[in-house]
Design a protein around this ligand. Sequence first.
Ligand SMILES: NC(=O)c1ccc[n+]([C@@H]2O[C@H](COP(=O)([O-])OP(=O)(O)OC[C@H]3O[C@@H](n4cnc5c(N)ncnc54)[C@H](O)[C@@H]3O)[C@@H](O)[C@H]2O)c1
Length: 278
Amino acid sequence: MSDGYGLLKGKKGIIFGALDERSIAWRIALACKREGADFVLSNAPVALRLGALDALGEETGAPIIACDVTKDDEIEDLMNQTKEHLGGVDFILHAIGMSPNVRKKKEYTDLNYNWLQQTLDISAISLHRVLHHAEKMDVLNDGGSIVALSYIGAQRIFSKYSDMNDAKALLESIARNYGSRLAPRGIRVNTVSQAPTKTSAGTGIKGFDGMYTFADMIAPMGNPSADECADYCVTLFSDLTRKVTMQNLFHDGGFVNSGISEEMINDLAKVYGDKDDE
Ligand SMILES: NC(=O)c1ccc[n+]([C@@H]2O[C@H](COP(=O)([O-])OP(=O)(O)OC[C@H]3O[C@@H](n4cnc5c(N)ncnc54)[C@H](O)[C@@H]3O)[C@@H](O)[C@H]2O)c1
């Protein structure tokens, strides 16, 4: 890792979703620190009880604030505490996703609808809630930048991703809609659509290894790591991307625009045979 470029010097933020060292939010917090930012770390009370986040708090000097993002009073409390620690903030990272249907391996055609509500509430509507409270409580500074992490399941069908496909489509829509409302203040709202990444949420999906390998074989550059995602997010939080807003930005090594790779054609020919060889 480089020593950084000072891209976030003087910037303050809120980072949601770091659970353990593999979390994309964890890697983003380290990159933000490297670039000179100060921030608070937040996660659900149940995640904080696991205790891993304390180490990141110590390493980055960041206060840790518990907040279940489905609860308005907890978000208000988080905003109040953030103000006490930092004053206003220039960036927010939303790296939150959870589906009880995916966890319990429910097929898309057999969803538990109460769990579907939870999936949407935790993984998508929470972005709306966070922005609503941040704006109303005057926590967001003009010229700020919000990034939420998404996945290509919002546009394409990935069967094992079940109702998370729908949650990501809603998340990206909320980013666009809120982005248009915050644009007059120079505040950007974008989603970064990251390739499959070996984290707790990622590997909890049935068939994840197949999805990971498939994306890696198709993407001309291969799958980007969580640290590479972190570097990309730093640029979006920085002043170098001041007019990039209301976008879903693919960070996937070229996967989104690829059909099939030479490597995969050759591998499939080995398994199924190739007419040209007959
Ligand atoms: N891992 C992948 O393959 C991948 C690919 C594309 C996008 N993403 C997205 O990246 C984001 C971060 O996921 P990750 O892969 O780093 O996994 P992760 O498991 O490390 O992070 C998910 C986080 O969501 C938090 N969370 C769940 N319920 C919450 C609640 N009610 N309130 C507050 N926080 C809550 C968890 O505690 C956890 O920290 C998610 O939005 C995920 O969908 C992941």
